[in-house]
Write a protein that binds this ligand. Structure first.
Ligand code: PLP
Length: 425
């Protein structure tokens, strides 16, 4: 029965039960961490073959010696691999270093110095603005903060951002210069954008102007948790048909495919956009790590091989997601005090507490040794207006750590909720 429907006596007895369980956890002196959206070491082990895979072979078919300088756009084979991930021709791919986040940051810097964003901000005597679907990825928001871009939140609904709102915001404010999107298995909610969302997104620059950018961060493009992956329509193709492809910037990386700290990243854009970005980069880079690009090409080969490799990741992490969902269902299933996502891919489970309680749940858990992502982290300026969203990252801890951490988590949500309903501190 929902806690809201219980009598005060029944709530008091639940309170006693949860408070006792909570004190038990305190005596265990735990030190557990549910914050890190990182691969576990068994997942990293799946790619150990990268080490030594070249075995002295460094020269490409076209004669390029990957150990030497040059080739900002990347070796052709790695560009083709990125094209398989982002569903683009190799000619529309730049291969970067080990972090797609760096490419995103640099792309913003490029847009400020060469792409008209600075001019726009100055001419209107104000800051440019970006649309941020929420809950979302904190580091996207950090990039905006670093560039002093005002963030406007848009809720994620079934099928992606609320496009009605997105369109009306863009129509009413010419200073809005872009939108962040994690279109597949979104961080942290697991949303995959619908075909309708993709086609409305493709038409957005027609309303917003040529300096508008759709930052299409496909970080979880191959990270399925089921054997029937979600389908995502090709934004670049839809934008090409609408004549807006110059506004599309796609991103992906192998961070959660091979080594999170030593993978390769991809930026997909029109050839003209890539050329301009390459020119900008040439002041800072003579070429990214081509040896690592070749190692990745050798190891990952093509989309089929990547899918097989990702199935091995799935075998490791699916039981962890299942465990978290089982604990949430068993502990909070009919309580009416929390709701959570059932992701079909990606790295996170997103949970909403009763309004106003996320910070308190995070504090209670920290006090007994379980670290959770800070409340508010999934919103711009670290401020969740309803203070209710918590991001759970199941991949890094071991199953037994996760088991205990989730018992603590469920107890903290229950305790905070019952206290709230009883009006006690
Ligand atoms: C949506 C999203 N984009 C990008 C990244 C980081 O990617 P990379 O390691 O390539 O910088 C993450 C990592 O958590 C992410 O969740």
């Amino acid at each position: 029965m929902a806690y809201q429907d219980l009598s005060t006596d029944a709530l008091k007895s639940l309170h006693e039960q949860f408070a006792t369980a909570y004190d038990d956890f305190r005596s265990q002196q735990l030190n557990l961490d549910l914050t890190r959206g990182k691969p576990a070491s068994e997942q990293l082990d799946l790619s150990n073959e990268l080490d030594g895979i070249l075995d002295g072979f460094y020269v490409l078919q076209d004669g390029t010696d990957v150990r030497n300088y040059g080739g900002i756009l990347g070796i052709p084979e790695a560009r083709a691999l990125g094209g398989e991930l982002l569903d683009l021709p190799a000619s529309q791919i730049l291969v970067g270093g080990n972090s797609s986040l760096t490419l995103m940051y640099l792309y913003f810097d490029f847009m400020f110095h060469h792409g008209g964003w600075q001019r726009e901000a100055q001419s209107s005597d104000g800051r440019i603005k970006f649309l941020c679907p929420v809950p979302g990825y904190d580091r996207h928001f950090t990039i905006c903060e670093r560039f002093d871009i005002e963030m406007i939140t848009v809720p994620l609904v079934d099928g992606g951002p609320d496009m009605e709102l997105v369109e009306s915001l863009v129509d009413s404010d010419p200073l809005i210069k872009g939108i962040w999107c994690v279109p597949k298995y979104s961080n942290p909610t697991g949303h995959t954008y619908s075909i309708e969302t993709v086609s409305r997104m493709a038409a957005l620059p027609l309303r917003a102007g040529r300096d508008f950018r759709i930052m299409w961060d496909n970080a979880y493009v191959v990270h399925h948790l089921t054997e029937t992956p979600d389908e995502l329509a090709n934004l670049m193709e839809a934008a090409f048909r609408s004549g807006t492809d110059a506004s599309v910037i796609m991103l992906a990386s192998t961070s959660k495919v091979t080594f999170a700290g030593a993978g390769i990243s991809f930026l997909g854009a029109t050839e003209a956009n890539l050329k301009a970005f390459e020119g900008y980069l040439s002041a800072a880079v003579i070429g990214f790590d081509k040896v690592n690009q070749l190692r990745h090409v050798r190891f990952l080969q093509d989309r089929d091989a990547i899918d097989n490799h990702m199935a091995k990741h799935r075998a490791i992490i699916k039981p962890k997601f299942d465990l978290v969902l089982h604990k949430l269902n068993a502990g909070l299933g009919d309580s009416g005090v929390a709701s959570w996502t059932q992701p079909r891919g990606g790295y996170f489970i997103s949970l909403d507490t009763l309004p106003g309680l996320a910070g308190e749940v995070v504090r209670l858990a920290a006090d007994v040794g379980v670290k959770l992502t800070p409340a508010g982290a999934t919103f711009p300026y670290r401020t969740d207006p309803e203070n209710r969203n918590i991001r759970i990252a199941p991949t890094f801890p071991s199953i037994s750590q996760l088991d205990t951490a989730m018992d603590v988590f469920v107890t903290c949500v229950s305790l905070a909720s019952v206290r709230e309903l009883l009006g006690v501190q």
